[in-house]
Design a binder for this molecule. Structure first.
Ligand code: PNS
Length: 176
């Protein structure tokens, strides 16, 4: 039987435990899953594409059939380039449905042979979004349990550069 490759496109700014949950679920049903970070997003991101890629690679390094990539332009064109037959997207609540339906139908209009597959993340992540994680972290709240520890650390460094400086100094002392 032919191998089914799926892409999981998104902004991932930052990647959350909800994304990771969906990646794990997707990796169980597809032969190969490519987590694809959109490069030409109009939004001003908190993390650069390189930073997001590094975080996602660290989060998914243990999952053998998952790899991380970046793309710009249309999702359907990227899917064609990597021979993907499916687009994976998460639906958390009814409020996601309208936007996701529009996107899936637009993608179907552009490339009818590409299927969109919706999966639901675990209930404990059903309210979680990158936008809320950014907002809570920027306003000094805790995002513990909502993102992997490494992402929590990157958020701390991003929002308080003094922490990054301290860590660089610690690393230098360790190496000396
Ligand atoms: O994580 P996000 O921001 O909800 O992801 C949205 C994304 C990247 C999947 C969507 O914006 C997208 O596919 N952009 C690429 C441009 C495109 O193909 N547009 C037409 C379909 S809406």
């Amino acid at each position: 039987m032919a191998k089914i490759i799926a892409i999981y496109p998104g902004s991932f700014d930052p990647p959350t435990n909800g994304h990771l949950d969906l990646i794990e679920r997707g990796s169980n049903i597809f032969d190969e899953l490519i987590v694809a970070i959109l490069r030409n997003s109009e939004k001003t991101p908190l993390f650069s594409v390189g930073e997001r890629r590094a975080m996602l690679e660290a989060m998914t390094g243990q999952i053998r059939n998952v790899r991380v990539d970046t793309f710009d332009g249309l999702t359907v064109d990227y899917a064609a380039r990597v021979n993907a037959g499916a687009v994976l997207r998460g639906i958390r609540a009814l409020s996601d449905y309208e936007y996701e339906l529009q996107m899936a139908l637009m993608n179907r209009k552009l490339r009818p042979e590409l299927e969109t597959v919706f999966m639901m993340p675990a209930e404990q992540y059903s309210y979680l979004s990158s936008r809320m994680v950014r907002e809570v972290a920027q306003l000094g709240g805790s995002v513990q349990g909502l993102v992997p520890e490494m992402v929590e650390q990157r958020l701390r460094e991003k929002l308080d550069p003094a922490i990054k400086l301290q860590n660089v100094r610690k690393q230098k002392v360790k190496r000396a």
